[in-house]
Design a protein around this ligand. Structure first.
Ligand SMILES: C[S@@+](CC[C@H](N)C(=O)[O-])C[C@H]1O[C@@H](n2cnc3c(N)ncnc32)[C@H](O)[C@@H]1O
Length: 222
């Protein structure tokens, strides 16, 4: 969906974020998150990067994981906190106002899984590469990286259609929120370059939304 760009507007009104994003993505995001969190298991330590209002965090906690959700937007975290309390899951989740730049404070090999939904497209190229490097460090050997995000279609025709659909939305979003997102380019290659093994990639029909499941290779020397 080319409408992911509008999420920047929704983030400035966290109370409307959940309904808005569901409407904009016609429920497709829920399905993608359901697929991604099917890789989370009971008892795992999980990090949700850019957790927002907790869409992935809550799903992982429901599966019995201990989750740390980090985000730089206190308004989004506030909603996540309320949602967790309503779902009686607060004791399984730690929410922190923290950006990816602070990932260096996380201990090495401390997570079974790291997940991120629609956050990497809000990072600069340098931040993204740094984040992937840090995620590799903090994931246990054999740990899982789960990403769902907006990407630039590889196919030229799809890229053109996506550009036509997205361009007016970029302008509207910028006028309202003075910010934008960057549909990711070559994300699977970047994930591989950071040292992960890709297990699966799923693209939507327009080729502008990707789901990646990757593994931190097992350290055979241990
Ligand atoms: C589009 S929202 C997605 C939220 C949530 N993952 C979801 O799918 O509903 C992107 C989130 O990434 C957060 N974010 C953006 N840049 C960040 C950074 N540098 N570090 C941590 N979080 C960040 C934003 O504050 C926002 O809550």
């Amino acid at each position: 969906m080319s409408t992911y760009i509008l999420m920047k507007i929704l983030e400035s009104a966290p109370k409307r974020y959940d309904k808005g994003i569901r409407f904009l993505t016609l429920g497709q995001l829920d399905k993608a998150y359901h697929r991604l969190t099917s890789h989370i298991q009971n008892g795992q330590q999980v990090l949700d990067i850019g957790c927002g209002t907790g869409a992935l965090t809550i799903r992982a906690a429901r599966k019995g994981a201990r989750v740390k959700g980090i985000d730089i937007n206190s308004g989004m975290l506030e909603i996540a906190r309320k949602r967790l309390a309503e779902a009686n899951l607060s004791q399984y989740v730690e929410l922190c106002e923290m950006g990816v730049a602070e990932l260096e404070s996380e201990p090495s090999a401390s997570y079974d899984a790291v997940m991120s939904g629609l956050c990497f497209s809000e990072l600069s190229e340098n931040e993204l590469n740094y984040t992937l490097k840090e995620v590799k460090r903090i994931l246990k050997s054999g740990g899982t990286l789960l990403i769902a995000d907006e990407v630039k279609p590889g196919n030229l025709l799809k890229r053109f259609i996506n550009f036509l659909l997205r361009f007016p939305l970029v302008i509207i979003t910028y006028l309202i929120s003075q910010s934008t997102t960057h549909a990711l380019v070559n994300l699977p290659e970047k994930v591989k370059k950071a040292g992960f093994q890709i297990e699966s990639i799923r693209l939507n029909s327009l080729g502008n939304f990707i789901e990646i499941v990757a593994q931190n290779p097992k350290d055979e020397t241990k």
